[in-house]
Design a protein around this ligand. Structure first.
Ligand code: ZN
Length: 62
């Protein structure tokens, strides 16, 4: 059943999916590239609100 849904991250204020999050990048020696640390991230920004926002997790049908 879990395969029938996808996770989306939306702005808690306006419901838009145009959200970005501030993330830490950590250098991975084995992979020789920057990797983003897992969320949830403390600072998120909504393009539609044009300001900092809280991000909500939603489950949607695929
Ligand atoms: Zn918003």
């Amino acid at each position: 059943m879990a395969d029938d849904t996808v996770k989306t991250m939306v702005c808690a204020t306006c419901g838009s999916e145009s959200v970005k999050s501030d993330a830490w990048a950590v250098w991975s020696v084995p992979d020789q590239k920057w990797e983003l640390e897992g969320g949830p991230y403390q600072f998120s920004y909504c393009d539609d609100c044009d300001e900092e926002c809280r991000v909500e997790e939603r489950q949607e049908a695929r």
